[in-house]
Each structure stands twice: as C-alpha cells, then as structure tokens.
Design a protein around this ligand. Structure first.
Ligand code: ADP
Ligand code: MG
Length: 254
C-alpha cells in the first residue's frame, strides 16, 4: 500500500476579491521510504499542496490518504518543515527541537531521550544548550529537521528548506538532510523550485505546471543512491534529467 495517496486533489482559495485556483486535479502516490521531490515555478501552488497533504488545508475536491486513511484522521502522522527554520532565539536548541511535544503537553522522557539521540547522532549534542544564533546556517537547518523528526512521523514534508542558505552551504546541507532522512528510514516529500536539488536528492521528481498546479510529468530518478546527492550531480544522466525537467518548466510566451 502507498504511504501517501492524492486522488484528484484541487484547492480553490476564496477571498473578497474573488477565487484563486491554486491546485487542480493532482493525483500522485508516494511509497513507504520513498524520497519524492515536487518542483514547479514560484507561485504555482507548491506550499498550498504541502498544506493540503499535512491536513492543514482542506481540499476543495479529491482526497488525501495516508496509509489508506483520510489525512484528517492521521494528522500526527505527518510533520512539516517550514520554508524558514522558525527556531526561537529565546529557547535553547534542545528546547527548540522539543517544542512541538511541549506545546501538546507530551514532552515524555522517551521523546527527550530521542531528541538527545538525534542531536548527538547528527553533531549537535554539544550545542543543545546554546541559542540558535550561535549555530551556523547548516546547523540551524539540521536542528529544524531534528525538530520535525522527534515525534517520529511517518511522513516528512519539507517546504523549500534550503532557500535561505547561500549556494555553497546549500549543497552541503542538502547532503546532510538527505543522509539523515535516508538513515532514519523516513518517507519524504520535498517541495522546491530548484531542479538540481530535486534530481540529486530524490527517487522521484514530480513536475508541476504553472498555477493552478497540475502534474505535468513524473520522473523516476535512477541515479546511484549509495553516493551523496552532491556526487550524484556528477553522474552522466544528471544533465539529461536536468534538461528534460527544465524544458517541462519553461514558460512559453505567446
Ligand atoms: P508556491 O509555494 O508554489 O510559491 P503557493 O502555494 O504559496 O505557491 O501559492 C499559490 C497561489 O495561491 C498564489 O497565487 C498565491 O498568491 C495564492 N495563495 C496562497 N495562499 C493564499 C491564501 N491564503 N489566500 C488566497 N490566495 C493564496
Ligand atoms: Mg511556497
């Protein structure tokens, strides 16, 4: 059974100055343990789509199933890593990564121990009492990822998680994040407008059209998953995927 299934999902925003169709008839499936990227031009409806998958926005049409159950009944099975890391400066790193359970009054010993385990496994244990501003951009991103992992979600949703980083940092953080997600055996949906990032990190790339987002094409990425995303960029078929997806995303001026 697919872990995540979208069946003919659509979303229309209603506001006082009219309607905006953001997502139109999107169907896709994500298997257990799969890393899927969704690419599309800015403003096409990517964040909206993630919101629908996370159960934060009710779709106007269609349905979202997680392990065959409607997402509205499976809210705690997903965890969203937002576009900006949203670490709070007045809290220590540890208290940032355990914020979710703390709000839900569910900060159990087990969750704290798991947070510490993840912090130490991914090089942040010595920083657990520091403030976010004392971390590098890459370390902040790792902390934000650990925060989404502490509740042991079935499905990770990442919304352009690297967009605030400079290019160099971005490359190493991509490697980092991909490594952590695969090591923890998680299923992930990553949204980005960066084609290279999508190809280098994923098992599958879903290309969306301009707004309203529809699925234009789905690529199975057969690059070597035993090497890092950065190294995958040097593989022969990488530019072949790139050119093809670039073409799919080209804006046609009439
Ligand atoms: P992306 O993440 O791909 O850049 P979004 O999903 O944020 O795109 O937005 C898709 C479209 O929906 C945009 O035209 C945006 O202006 C519109 N939109 C986003 N959020 C809302 C909202 N809360 N109300 C009305 N329109 C919105
Ligand atoms: Mg967005």
């Amino acid at each position: 059974m697919a872990l995540l299934e979208l069946k003919n999902v659509s979303l229309i925003y209603h506001s006082h100055d009219g309607e905006t169709e953001a997502v139109s008839d999107v169907s896709l499936t994500v298997g257990e343990g799969e890393f899927v990227s969704v690419v599309g031009p800015s403003g096409c409806g990517k964040t909206t789509l993630l919101g629908v998958i996370a159960g934060l926005i009710a779709p106007s049409g269609g349905e979202v199933l997680i392990k065959g159950r409607p997402v509205s009944e499976a809210r705690n099975m997903t965890s969203l890593m937002p576009q900006r890391d949203q670490l709070f400066e007045w809290r220590s790193v540890f208290r940032n990564v355990t914020l979710g359970p703390e709000i839900k009054r569910d900060k159990s010993k087990e969750i704290c121990a798991y947070a510490d385990e993840l912090l130490s496994k991914y090089g942040l244990y010595e920083f657990r009492k520091k403030r976010p501003s004392e971390l590098s951009g890459g370390m902040r991103q790792r902390a934000a990822l650990i925060r989404t992992l502490v509740t042991r979600p079935e499905l990770l949703l990442l919304d352009e998680p690297f967009s605030a980083l400079d290019f160099q940092t971005r490359l190493t953080v991509c490697d980092d994040v991909e490594n952590i997600i695969r090591k923890e055996g998680k299923t992930a949906v990553l949204v980005t407008h960066d084609i290279s990032e999508a190809i280098s990190m994923s098992d599958k790339v879903v290309v969306l059209s301009a707004r309203p987002a529809t699925v234009k094409k789905v690529y199975d990425i057969t690059l070597d998953k035993s090497i890092s995303p950065l190294k995958r960029r040097e593989q022969k078929s990488f530019p072949v995927y790139f050119r093809s997806i670039w073409k799919d995303m080209e804006v046609h001026h009439e």
